[in-house]
Design a protein around this ligand. Structure first.
Ligand code: HEM
Length: 294
């Protein structure tokens, strides 16, 4: 029960991300489309059922799309805009090159346009799809306040500056999250989204090869786990190989990601030097997850 209530913080914190949209945004509200497009959420859910049953591994990418959208200019769907001759858009920034699921968003939006033309914003579509992705991955559900406005500005430079890099340490992550109105607890809880999905080899290969002058591999990484990773990720230049971020249950929204981190089996340097692991555990002690992962 304690674990469940802790996991519920993730979507709630995600909703907070919806609280920092561009200045022109109206107040968000649950049921925002009840008069203008009463079936909006049912339409999204229906399409999401089809999308995730055909490709269960898309749940993670669709959740990540919402996060990457929200951290640059608020949740305004600017991550969906294409680059133009004079402008390199967010989605072409380095941290966004591994984003997936754009086709699914287009598919859902097309269904909504057919039912209710020019009514439901793309930013709201991303927020609803993220919630449904979590639910369909056997995670919790939550009501999504709606009414976000879509932005027209999308800058690759802003995305590169504002999204957290894989190598970030806790102080940097704390700073980035604080600039989005989120605290360290939000940071630790939201990182639990890595219970879903996969990562490309270059996102963590530095931890396996030539880590520092004294160590070829990151000493904070469990050595057995590092050996296993090396059998998949053969070099820092291997851009094709994917690894599950929560090995064994990367399609299920559960707490095993935290258990892995506690055993120093987290993929990214971001939190996972030994001090950071204790930091994550301490923060999670508030939600009593510690009792389960220790
Ligand atoms: C806290 C700082 C975070 C860092 C440094 C970080 C970093 C990363 C990196 C490097 C990847 C792998 C990209 C690749 O190699 O393909 C990734 C994947 C992912 N991230 Fe994060 N992330 C963070 C927070 C979040 C948050 C807050 C969420 C959602 C609420 C999230 C959701 C995901 C998901 C679902 C994937 C897997 C995507 C897939 O399967 O394609 N991440 N993240």
């Amino acid at each position: 029960m304690a674990i469940k209530s802790c996991l519920l913080v993730l979507p709630l914190a995600l909703l907070l991300l919806g609280g920092s949209p561009p200045p022109a945004a109206a107040q968000l509200e649950v049921g925002y489309y009840s008069k203008t497009c009463p079936n909006a959420e049912a339409i999204v859910r229906n399409e999401m059922n089809k999308i995730i049953s055909a490709a269960p591994s898309l749940a993670g990418p669709l959740l990540r799309l919402h996060f990457h959208d929200c951290f640059v200019r608020g949740c305004d769907a600017s991550v969906l805009l294409n680059s133009t001759n004079g402008n390199k858009a967010e989605r072409d920034a380095k941290p966004n090159r591994s984003l997936r699921g754009f086709g699914s968003v287009e598919r859902v939006k097309a269904k909504l346009e057919a039912a209710c033309p020019n009514t439901v914003s793309c930013a709201d579509v991303l927020a609803i799809m993220a919630r449904d992705a979590v639910v369909l991955a056997k995670g919790p559900t939550w009501p999504v306040p709606l009414g976000r406005r879509d932005g027209k500005v999308s800058s690759a430079t802003e995305a590169a500056d504002q999204l957290p890099p894989a190598f970030a340490d806790v102080p940097l992550l704390t700073k980035i999250f604080a600039s989005n109105g989120l605290d360290v607890k939000d940071l630790a809880v939201l990182s639990g989204a890595h219970t879903l999905g996969t990562a490309h080899c270059p996102s963590y290969a530095d931890r396996l090869y030539n880590f520092s002058s004294g160590h070829s591999a990151d000493p904070s990484l469990d050595s057995e786990y590092a050996d296993r990773l090396r059998t998949r990720c053969k070099s820092v230049d291997d851009t094709a190989t994917l690894s599950e971020m929560d090995p064994g249950s990367y399609r299920t929204f559960d707490t095993s990601y935290y258990r892995n981190v506690a055993k120093r089996r987290g993929l990214f340097q971001a939190y996972y030097n030994i001090v950071d692991v204790f930091f994550v555990i301490r923060v999670h002690a508030n939600c009593q997850v510690y009792a389960r992962i220790a």
